[in-house]
Design a binder for this molecule. Sequence first.
Ligand code: GUN
Length: 292
Amino acid sequence: MAKILDGQALSQTIKNEIKAEVSKITEGGKRPPHLAAILVGENGASKAYVNSKVKDCKEVGFGSTLLRLPETISEDELLAEIQKLNDNPEIDGFIVQLPLPENFDQEKIIEAIDPKKDVDGFHPENFGRMALEMEAFLPATPFGIMQLLERNQVETKGRHCVVIGRSRIVGRPMSILMSSKGNPGDSTVTIVHSHTPNIAEFTKMADIVIVALGRPKFLTGDMIKDGAVIVDVGITRVDDDSSKGYHLEGDVDFDSCEPRASWITPVPGGVGPMTRAMLMKNTLIAYQKNFR
Ligand code: GUN
């Protein structure tokens, strides 16, 4: 029986810590931290994500601004909106919800964000600083996973961590953080991805497996070793007959992995809520560093 890496509970603890900080700030007569989000177009999942970020802001006492822009907006117009947020001293941090509609140059848009307000940690400057083990905004999902490991005192030093997936948002930064100095960290890291011929060959050797592939139930019990730590980043919407019309499925086949694992994240209630909490944490950090 594996122990549960409970992201639901830990995210609540972290949000409560942030809320307490915000109370101190506002009791001192200062304005609370303020997060803005830009949403371009009508992607259903993106709308839901952005709405939950606004809800999280309310919960912790932050101000929030949601800028909804039509898919027909030009790249220059979007860049102008980003510049306004960069220049606005009342906005501590902001995000541009991804994916952007296909006609936008995503890298160009991300590079336009002031790195000091880049609370997603997606700007090349923040990514580079993270890779060099300098102070940086860490992308929320990897940051959340590091917190889950740290606060549950999961040993990572000298252990073999296999990261499945190499995305800019999760897999690649995760691999950097796990191999960085410190605790958690100090792991020996292997990244596997869609061009790795036999992924199971690697996962069977792993002490820690972090799966961020977006393929429901990809990792099965026969692919891991006894006592492995299993972190599931997947959240794929799978259609069903429920009132919502879908449910969320992780990349890990929980039922076959759980009996062999020492620690495992559930879906939902694992990495997802941690990601949301760490965006709030980054916004608080932006507020504290930039202007006060
Ligand atoms: N799309 C999926 N995850 C994220 C995220 O963490 N930030 C942004 N901006 N877009 C996303």
